[in-house]
Every structure is written in C-alpha cells, then in structure tokens.
Design a protein around this ligand. Structure first.
Ligand SMILES: [Zn+2]
Length: 308
C-alpha cells in the first residue's frame, strides 16, 4: 500500500501511465499467489492485465471535473484492469462455473491543483485501501483448501472518471456475466466510520438484496450504510455491474472525512489497525460465500434499472 499511495505513483491518475504501473504491480502480486491468468481477455502481462479502450471524448461533466482539478490536458487513450482467477474445486472446463467477483479500483485523481503546496492526490483511502483488501483476500484465499466456487479478483482502472475499467470488463469479461454469483467492491476501508460501532464496515444498498444480512450472519461485521443521502450505492464500480443484473454492492467505512478527493488523502492518515482488522474480518465470510451453493438475490425493487 505504501507503493500504491506513494508520491512516486503520482496519485494513479485514471487511464495514465501511473494507473498502468499500479495495474502491473497488482498483477505481479496476483501472479505470485499462484492464481490463474485470463489470457482470453487480458492481453498484457501474460494474461493478468486487461487493457481497455477509453472513449475518444469524455462526458462533459467529467471534463469539467478534470478542469477543476487541473488535470484536463492529459491524453487518456487506455485504461487497465488487473485480474486473476482462483479456480474452485468444482471447476469444470467448458461448463458454466459459478464465480464470486471481488473488486476495487486502482486509479485515483493523479496530479492536480495544489492544496497547501501538495499537488499529488495520493488516494490512500480512495482506493489504495480497497485495492490492498482485494490483494490480501486473494493472498489468504489462495492458501489452504480450494473453495468450491471460483473467485475472480479484478482491480479496475478509471473508476474515478465514471467506471470505464469496469465497463470494459463487463463488455470483455473472461467469464459469462450470468456465471457471476455476486460482486463485492471494496472502497475506502482505511479509516473507521465514527457513525458505526468499532471495527464495523458498511455495505452500500444493504436493503437492496439479501447479501449483506447473509454475510453478517456468517461473521462479517457489516451493517447498513449510515449515509443513505450520499447515494454511495451508485457511486462505485458495483453500480455498472448491478445495472447488468449482478448482485453487486460495495463494502466501505468511509465516514465522510474531509480528505476525500484531496491531496491530503495520504497514507499517514490510514488507520492500519482498523484496515488490517477489516480485511481479516472478511476472509471467513468470503470463504463461506465461495464454499456454499447459496446465491444472493435482489429484494423486490432492489435492482437498479439502466439509465435511459
Ligand atoms: Zn473510490
């Protein structure tokens, strides 16, 4: 995490060389855990890095935001997703294999307008913390007995510009989308949310599906999102997946701290005791999810409808 959030990576600007380096770094770890590559869709780094094309022109709202940040001049032709597969013990070649999808986003805002003399938007909490969570879950779950269902680990690029990495993934997925049992995205779990009891995470859209309550009953310290007015369910990679029908929700503990999208989102402000505990607390519930046959469902009216 000290590498991802370091000044050397210049804030991992979406669809920049720094995002690419972050993807290669994450891929090298996924590979070192003995996970399988996905060469059918990931053309770089022996099948651990997927290069997606960015749109020729970004939406006006995004361009306005980049201008506000002072980073609107950069060329952004490609975005990169790092990915790897842990094949479950039930895996059968050529068959439909159920897959649990664990995700976070690699990118942040890059270099921009200085605040108090600091121009690097490090994104330690957003979302180096979630990236590390997915990598550490990959490390833990790749050890010990194989889970029955497979687990796909994906670290998306260009979330901050509107989820371009996850959209590319959805259109170029290594597995049929209908085989994805559920998706958990990890976003900003590096600091506790003062609105929650100690050592607790929250899940966006908690009441939209039966996933959160079921994970909680299997030991996950997660509760409902205490900031419904912020609409966080719609503000991360999970949303594009949810629109496509996948029960996809985001694990977070963002307590609306003032370092959000500021150069001050630094590693020195990460609560490592909390982060480590949070990641460890999710290992057993995710392992349960991968070992069971249970499939989460949207509650009535819970699945978001595509934007027209
Ligand atoms: Zn984020």
């Amino acid at each position: 995490m000290s590498f991802l959030a370091s000044d050397a990576l210049h804030g991992r600007g979406s669809a920049t060389r720094d995002e690419h380096l972050a993807a290669l770094y994450a891929a090298s770890l996924l590979r070192s855990f003995g996970l399988d590559p996905l060469p059918s869709v990931a053309q770089e780094d022996d099948g651990y890095v997927q290069r997606g094309q960015m749109p020729a022109s970004l939406p006006n709202g995004v361009l306005r935001y980049l201008k506000h940040l002072g980073t609107d001049g950069e060329a952004r032709p490609y975005t990169w997703n790092a990915m790897a597969l842990l094949r479950g013990s039930d895996w059968k070649d050529g068959a439909h294999n159920p897959v649990i999808l664990l995700t976070a986003h690699l990118d942040h805002l890059g270099m921009g307008t200085p605040v108090n003399g600091d121009a690097i938007y490090n994104g330690a909490d957003d979302d180096a913390s979630g990236t590390i969570a997915v990598l550490e879950l990959a490390r833990a779950l790749s050890q010990g007995p194989r889970p029955r269902r497979s687990i796909l680990f994906v670290l998306f690029g260009s979330e901050e510009l509107g989820g371009f990495g996850d959209r590319w993934f959805l259109d170029h997925s290594p597995v049929p989308l209908t085989d994805i049992v559920t998706n958990l995205e990890f976003e900003m779990i590096g600091r506790p949310d003062p609105k929650l009891p100690q050592r607790t995470l929250w899940l966006t859209g908690y009441n939209r599906s039966n996933l959160g309550p079921m994970l909680a009953s299997h030991g996950a310290a997660i509760s409902a999102d205490p900031h419904p007015e912020e609409h966080f369910f719609r503000r991360s990679d999970n949303y594009n997946l949810a629109v496509r029908g996948i029960v996809a929700q985001t694990v977070s503990s963002f307590g609306l701290h003032k370092d959000y999208h500021q150069p001050s989102d630094e590693i020195s402000r990460i609560d490592f005791d909390f982060l480590t505990h949070s990641i460890n607390s999710m290992i057993a519930p995710v392992r349960w999810l991968a070992d069971t046959q249970w499939k989460p469902q949207w509650n009535v009216g819970g699945q978001p409808q595509p934007r027209k």
